[in-house]
Design a protein around this ligand. Structure first.
Ligand code: ATP
Ligand code: MG
Length: 340
């Protein structure tokens, strides 16, 4: 028997609408979300407002990708009967909560956030950091707490953001003298950070090193062929190195036969196993994983109204939930209210 809404723990996650989702999203978060939707009350946020924080020059990209990310959700198996998909910019309570939370965090603390530091570097902002970007951890705290989420299935890069959310939660709870907001726990899988196909630290929409979930079969083959292995592994007979070898990291993340992968690693280390053989196995694994996702996605893409209607319904539901939390916080902080 399914658990009732009342006792199901709440999940909030989201994705910036900066491009179609990729294998990093699948490994880091989507796979967990598909599984957890049966036992949790789950909200998925199409984070277009957050996407604007480093894309103010290209709002059209942010808007176009709303439906792309929604398509990815449905294609991997997010079920709108079990999960609520909603649009961040259409939830005004999130913006209001963000403004309130900004008073419970210092600029110095925002600047110290290791993820923000990395992202500022990766985006080459130098000293020209959009204020909205520097402050997005407070907005993310608003997103998570507006749904009173206890669990946040995310990739490793998000851990410092959840930590910062919980600091804000504790400060507000201390200020109002009771636990009005719950702390959230990051749920990070063993492969918490999938590297890009170029071997760079993280597969990322913004870095052009991603394999999108919608990749064609040719794209998958090309990406695997170009993948970074061990540069010192020149002849098949040479011993090879697994550490930093992108192909093996992907096998660890996606191959359903870990014993087989361990066997392959042993043979590669020993010498006698070529890069091409390992890449062929990875290609098979990725083709099998992505083919059904690509097919479902293509079918759904033929009916954009159906997809948008799911987002519309989800957003209406989320509007009520988030407004309730905003009202609680306003009351608890003792802000002036016209109705007493
Ligand atoms: P952008 O480059 O625009 O920031 P992104 O590729 O980093 O995009 P996000 O929308 O910022 O994607 O991240 C959404 C979720 O996916 C987060 O939970 C994040 O941790 C997870 N995620 C993104 N990339 C990876 C990755 N390479 N490995 C594991 N998890 C990831
Ligand atoms: Mg990101």
């Amino acid at each position: 028997m399914p658990m009732t809404d009342q006792i199901q723990p709440i999940i909030l996650t989201g994705d910036r609408t900066t491009g179609p989702l990729h294998l990093g999203h699948y490994a880091g978060s989507l796979k967990n979300r598909v599984g957890l939707q049966h036992t949790h009350r789950q909200f998925l946020l199409l984070a277009d407002t957050q996407a604007l924080t480093d894309n103010a020059h290209d709002p059209d990209k942010v808007r176009r990708n709303v439906i792309e990310v929604a398509l990815d959700y449905l294609a991997v198996g997010i079920d709108p009967a079990l999960s609520t998909i909603c649009l961040q910019s259409a939830l005004p309570a999130l913006a209001e909560l963000s403004m309130l939370y900004l008073n419970f965090v210092t600029v110095a603390r925002l600047e110290r956030n290791p993820t923000i530091k990395d992202e500022i570097q990766a985006r080459g902002f130098g000293r020209d950091i959009p204020a909205g970007f520097l402050c997005y951890p407070a907005a993310q705290a608003a997103d998570i707490t507006a749904f009173k989420a206890q669990v946040v299935p995310v990739g490793e890069d998000q851990a410092p953001l959840i930590e910062q959310t919980n600091e804000i939660v504790r400060r507000i709870n201390r200020q109002v003298g009771r636990d009005i907001l719950p702390e959230a726990r990051a749920l990070i899988p063993a492969i918490g950070r999938l590297p890009g196909v170029d071997g760079k630290a993280k597969m990322s929409k913004s870095q052009g090193n991603a394999i999108p979930l919608s990749a064609s079969s040719d794209d998958i083959r090309d990406a695997v062929h170009r993948m970074y292995t061990d540069p010192n592994h020149l002849r098949v007979s040479d011993p090879g190195s697994i550490e930093g070898n992108v192909v093996f990291m992907y096998l660890d993340a996606f191959d359903e036969d870990p014993a087989g992968v361990e066997d392959l690693k042993a043979r590669y280390r020993h010498g006698g196993l070529g890069d091409m053989a390992v890449k062929r196995r990875l290609e098979d694994v990725l083709q099998a994983l992505l083919a059904p996702i690509r097919e479902r996605r293509a079918a759904l893409a033929r009916d954009p109204e159906f997809v948008l209607d799911i987002v519309r319904q989800g957003t209406l539901k989320a509007r009520a939930t988030t407004q309730e939390t905003l009202d609680d916080v306003r009351r608890a902080l003792g802000l002036f209210a016209f109705d007493g």
